[in-house]
Design a protein around this ligand. Structure first.
Ligand SMILES: Cc1ncc(COP(=O)(O)O)c(C=O)c1O
Length: 417
């Protein structure tokens, strides 16, 4: 731990990806060959037959719903603790969202709650492998099959995670992933869908191909942001740049990450029209994505080392809720999420010890002001939403950092009683 401050987050974007981005800018490649290569390699990595690059996971999800014929009168089951952009896509198909509860500390869809949410109108379920934790895909698939429900896996936070030795994204009828700068791998921006169903892949590709490329300035802006994040979260720089802003924000009772993603633009009526005309991925995104695929196993392995250490050392801390994992699930620890009845105080006590935290950007969608129509009884999601705190688990932590984080949490919880 240099200079006594540990950032909550550190990007997978490195000098390697910066060099590739620069080369793609200086020697632009106008063919789609790299995009096809990235799709091909990604499908092989997941263990799916087809992969198609899409501009965002939310739009990929929307296209998958359309490909599966979801329409007015249908219901889509989604876990209540999730990123609001996902349930917000469902009304665009005129179908209804049906929220189901999560496991309190696994944070992923509770298979019993899924089964209880099924009606004769249920068309699709979205097991969301949140925080890098794979859902119990054995039970979810069994229940879905029994009731004729299609499965779309949300792998936005779990690319590379496994359940029972098999990669998430290869269990359902289709899956989506996202590669923004804050994810475990990045393609600057952009996302992917995978499926074994040729008709679904063709439907998604036809929609994406009809329009133009995503604006180049978006990729350039992302590449520059990637460099800025890499520099700003470097331990020798972080303490003097981002950390004071986090402290200031928190003193004002704000969490910058939560604020950024809590923006009010939750209605997406114009999103399909926009992406139908600007949805194609560029070579620069695929070039960065291919490099990240070379590194994904190492990046995830570092997360797993850090997460397993925290699992082991925080198990018996009193007054602290620690993560649990469905049996046979092999998490990649996108986040390490603990619960505390006074998370603000815990965050302050950790910050005083040089450990930055965040409340993240997930929401209890069963009680979200902007979506009163999603209201449901999901007590675990409600409680988790009020208590959860992300502590650092990113791949750039050293053994000393891990030890310091665990020790700080132990001391802080003892201090708070
Ligand atoms: C769990 C989850 N699902 C879906 C998404 C949406 O991804 P995108 O921003 O590419 O639409 C995110 C984004 O972070 C996410 O965390």
């Amino acid at each position: 731990m240099a200079f006594g401050k540990i950032p909550r987050f550190s990007p997978s974007f490195s000098w390697r990806e910066a060099a590739i981005s620069t080369k793609e800018v200086l020697l632009p490649d106008s063919s789609d060959e790299k995009v096809r290569r990235f799709e091909h390699r990604f499908a092989a990595y997941i263990g799916a037959k087809y992969a198609v690059m899409v501009p965002s996971a939310r739009y990929g999800f929307y296209l998958l719903l359309k490909a599966m014929g979801v329409e007015e009168g249908d219901e889509v089951v989604i876990p209540a603790l999730t990123y609001y952009a996902i349930p917000a896509m469902v009304p665009l198909t005129k179908a209804k969202v049906k929220l189901a509860d999560i496991g309190l500390h696994s944070h992923v869809l509770d298979p019993d709650a899924f089964e209880a949410a099924i009606t004769e109108k249920t068309k699709v379920v979205v097991p969301t492998h949140l925080f890098g934790t794979p859902c119990d895909m054995e039970r979810i698939n069994t229940i879905a099959k029994k009731h004729g429900v299609k499965v779309i896996e949300d792998c936005a936070q779990s690319t590379g995670g496994r359940f029972n030795g098999q990669r998430v994204g290869s269990f359902g009828d289709a899956a989506y992933y996202t590669f923004g700068l804050t994810k475990n791998i990045t393609s600057l921006s952009g996302a992917m869908i995978t499926t074994n169903d040729r008709a679904i892949a063709d439907f998604v590709r036809a929609d994406i191909q009809q329009g133009d490329y995503a604006p180049l300035k978006k990729s350039l802006k992302e590449a520059m942001t990637g460099v800025a994040m890499m520099v700003a979260t470097h331990p020798k720089i972080y303490w003097a740049t981002v950390h004071p802003m986090v402290v200031l924000g928190n003193k004002m009772g704000k969490d910058p990450i939560h604020e950024r993603f809590g923006e009010a633009e939750c209605r997406y009526d114009t999103l399909p029209t926009y992406y139908q005309t600007h949805g194609k991925a560029r070579a620069i995104q695929a070039a960065v994505g291919l490099k990240q695929l070379d590194r994904i196993e190492d990046l995830n392995a570092s997360r797993i080392v850090n997460g397993s250490y925290l699992d082991q050392h925080l198990q018996s801390v009193s007054n602290l809720g620690v993560p649990t994992y469905p049996e046979k699930s092999e998490p990649i620890y996108m986040s390490f999420v603990v619960h505390h009845r006074d998370r603000q105080k815990l965050a302050e006590a950790l910050r005083a010890r040089g450990v930055d935290t965040t409340t993240g950007y997930m929401n209890d969608m069963a009680h979200h002001d902007l979506f009163p129509e999603f209201a449901a009884n999901c007590p675990n999601a409600q409680k988790a939403n009020a208590e959860l705190l992300h502590i650092p688990v990113h791949p750039n932590l050293s053994l000393k950092d891990r030890q310091h984080i665990a020790q700080s949490v132990i001391e802080a919880c003892a201090e708070l009683g």
